[in-house]
Design a protein around this ligand. Structure first.
Ligand code: MRU
Length: 359
């Protein structure tokens, strides 16, 4: 079955990022699932703060938001010269880039915006807006393509487990891993979907099961600690996750907890699929040990839903990503194709010697 067979009117309804022509509206993911509210960003610093505070999150989504952030920064610059604009915009680009460190899509999108400006003439403002729109639209198209490619790997009647929120909310729309799950459900390949809570920020519990529910897809929530037990019952054949950075050897950074899922999957004979657009591939980083892993406020572990659950004075460590070694990955799916049993040779064959997705 091809992606043309998927009813997108039914399976692609959520848009977390809206450009109005004057402002950027972000579906505020801190408030979901009980309030569906858009946060209005009028400056690039509003966008940087929204990324830092997780109002918008997920690797592709923060890249897209940052691209529109550059368009907002351009509104505050007075010059007709693209070269002058390029100098004047740099501090705003630096602040956007510093908002979160692990997802390469952020730096990738800013590099694309810099490239568009470098190529532009007097129409540099329009060129930046066109580039941001292209980054946004290409992400949606990539997700739909990956949905079809990834679903084709899944045998009819399968169960799948996903982690964090690799969905519409984390992208321009349709999602990466959730795009594969949407396509797999639409094609009758996936019978059962399980989602991890994803502590401490609860992307699975607050976002993934809500977003699938919007499309009429029943997903069963499990505690993160229940994943190995679930695999042992034989109810899942694939773990399907997104990625924040895929290195030149296939090592993959994703939400904390992904690595232990990959270990458990291998132990139980469950297959492990990473789904991400080529904008997440970073051929300039040789392996996972070189990835900067974001650490967030330990307070995220001290409280649940704003209520303190841990005694005062207890230390907490809160790394929010981990790296899954490529040996534990059965397939990496990008819009360019499927890489089975990824390693450096297969990654280089697919993405070339330089940064795979760098503009
Ligand atoms: O901290 P988050 O919520 O931004 O982390 C997001 C993830 O780890 C996702 O799994 C990843 O970005 C892939 S989403 C398409």
């Amino acid at each position: 079955m091809t992606d043309a067979a998927i009813d997108y009117a039914r399976y692609d309804r959520i848009r977390p990022i809206r450009w109005t022509g004057e402002a950027l509206e972000l579906l505020d993911q801190r408030k979901l699932p009980f309030a569906v509210e858009y946060l209005t960003c009028r400056t690039s610093d509003d966008v940087a703060e929204a990324i830092r505070a997780l109002a918008v999150r997920g690797a592709p989504a923060i890249g897209i938001a940052a691209a529109w952030g550059v368009v907002l920064a351009e509104r505050a610059i007075e010059t007709n010269s693209a070269a002058d604009a390029s100098r004047k915009l740099e501090p705003a680009l630096d602040r956007l880039n510093a908002a979160r460190p692990t997802a390469v899509n952020l730096a990738w999108a800013l590099a694309r915006m810099r490239g568009a400006l470098a190529r532009a003439g007097d129409d540099w403002r329009a060129a930046l807006e066109r580039e941001a729109q292209a980054i946004d639209s290409e992400d949606l198209a990539a997700n739909r393509r990956m949905g079809a490619l990834g679903a084709a790997l899944i045998a009819p009647g399968s169960g799948v487990l996903t982690h964090c929120n690799p969905g519409s909310l984390a992208t321009a729309g349709f999602g990466t891993a959730l795009g594969v799950i949407r396509a797999g459900v639409a094609q009758g390949r996936i019978d059962q979907v399980f989602a991890d809570e994803t502590r401490p920020w609860l992307q699975g519990a607050r976002l993934t099961v809500w977003e699938l529910q919007q499309d009429g897809i029943d997903a069963t929530l499990i505690a993160d600690a229940a994943a190995s037990h679930l695999m042992k019952t034989g109810r899942v054949q694939w773990v399907v996750v997104g990625a924040d950075r895929i290195c030149a050897n296939g090592d993959t950074a994703n939400k904390i907890g992904t690595y232990q899922l990959a270990i458990a999957a291998r132990h139980h004979g469950v297959r492990f699929m990473v789904v991400a657009p080529s904008s997440t591939v970073d051929m300039a980083t040789p392996g996972g040990e070189a990835i900067h892993i974001e650490e967030r406020d330990p307070g995220e572990l001290h409280a649940v839903g704003g209520s303190r659950t841990v005694a005062e004075g207890v230390a907490a460590w809160n790394p929010v990503f981990d790296v899954t070694p490529h040996e534990l990955i059965d397939a990496i799916v990008t819009e360019k194709g499927v890489i089975e049993r990824p390693d450096e040779g297969r990654m280089r064959a697919a993405f070339g010697a330089s940064a795979g997705s760098a503009p």
